[in-house]
Design a binder for this molecule. Structure first.
Ligand code: SAM
Length: 278
């Protein structure tokens, strides 16, 4: 049975209607699924954490390549299907939880080395999930995920360009990002309104030694992008760090940056230098 028919069969058998508010768009293109698994470079030594396995279509392929697959799924209806579908597999663990509320460090510490995240993410919480995966500083190798195309463009943009947003700096700080391939709407049941893209984020294992205060760095970036059309000096004027305009001006001049520069024109290194001096 092809994946599209299999998906329809499972949905009928379990009386499932896709829940839009949970971002349920099920992948039904076998080539795309193989490509995701291939791009994630899963080997038999890897533990994969899959977020939102849904009906288990991607899970099925992951189970063939990985040492173990840990599935985290919020929708109880899917848990029953996954348990029925994979009852013969000894290398699967199914967790019925909201990934945003889960202590992922506990899981990764238990599993040890060589952990990779793979997912067709629920689009309504793409950013919080990715930020959680990065900020929790999990001991993982990589994140290979399908996201909305626009989000992929932003996440993988070059910092200092128009396509970048505050999150682009976090991505560059924690990872080496790569856009892999585009996925058309027709690869899903039901079809989403947007095109999708698979991206790979390779985790930087070493902490950036140049940064004195991470919290301050990301606070400055956040403020710079909250009003991205303003100059950096003006965007920071209501913050503890930037209220002394003269001080910020001096720092910019020390760093050979124009005093009228906007945050969106700055590289991650520029922000690091500024936050270290402020
Ligand atoms: N992996 C399946 C596939 O590719 O066909 C389903 C992907 S679907 C885009 C997203 C999945 O994430 C759904 O199964 C949904 O129930 C699940 N999900 C939504 N919110 C979640 C949350 N907070 N924690 C864990 N899973 C969630």
């Amino acid at each position: 049975m092809d994946i599209s028919n299999e998906t329809k069969f499972l949905m009928k058998k379990y009386n499932i209607k896709a829940n839009k508010s949970l971002g349920q768009n099920f992948l039904v293109d076998g080539d795309i699924i193989s490509n995701i698994v291939k791009s994630a470079e899963i080997t038999e030594n890897d533990v994969v954490i899959e977020i939102g396995p849904g009906l288990g279509t991607l899970t099925n392929e992951l189970l063939k390549s990985a040492k173990k697959v840990i599935c985290i799924e919020l929708d109880k209806r899917m848990i029953q299907i996954l348990q029925d579908r994979f009852y013969l597999f000894s290398n699967i663990e199914i967790i019925n939880q909201d990934v945003l509320k889960l202590n992922l460090n506990e899981i990764t510490e238990k599993e040890g080395e060589s952990i990779k995240i793979v997912a067709n993410l629920p689009y309504y919480i793409t950013t919080p999930i990715i930020m959680k995966l990065l900020e929790d500083r999990l001991n993982i190798e990589s994140i290979t995920v399908m996201v909305q195309k626009e989000v992929a463009n932003r996440l993988c943009a070059k910092t200092g360009t128009r396509e970048a947003g505050a999150i682009t700096y976090s991505i560059e700080y924690y990872t080496i990002p790569n856009k892999l391939f585009t996925v058309p709407n027709s690869s899903f049941i039901p079809m989403p309104n947007v095109e999708s893209e698979v991206i790979n984020l390779k985790i930087r294992k070493e902490k950036n030694q140049d940064v004195i205060d991470e919290k301050k760095l990301f606070k400055i970036i956040k403020y710079a992008f909250m009003q991205r059309r303003k100059t950096l000096i003006n965007a920071l004027q209501n913050t503890d760090e930037g209220k002394n305009k003269e001080h910020v001006k001096e720092i910019l001049s020390k760093l050979n940056l124009d005093e009228k520069v906007r945050g969106e024109a700055l590289s991650l290194n520029d922000f690091i230098n500024i936050s270290n001096l402020i």
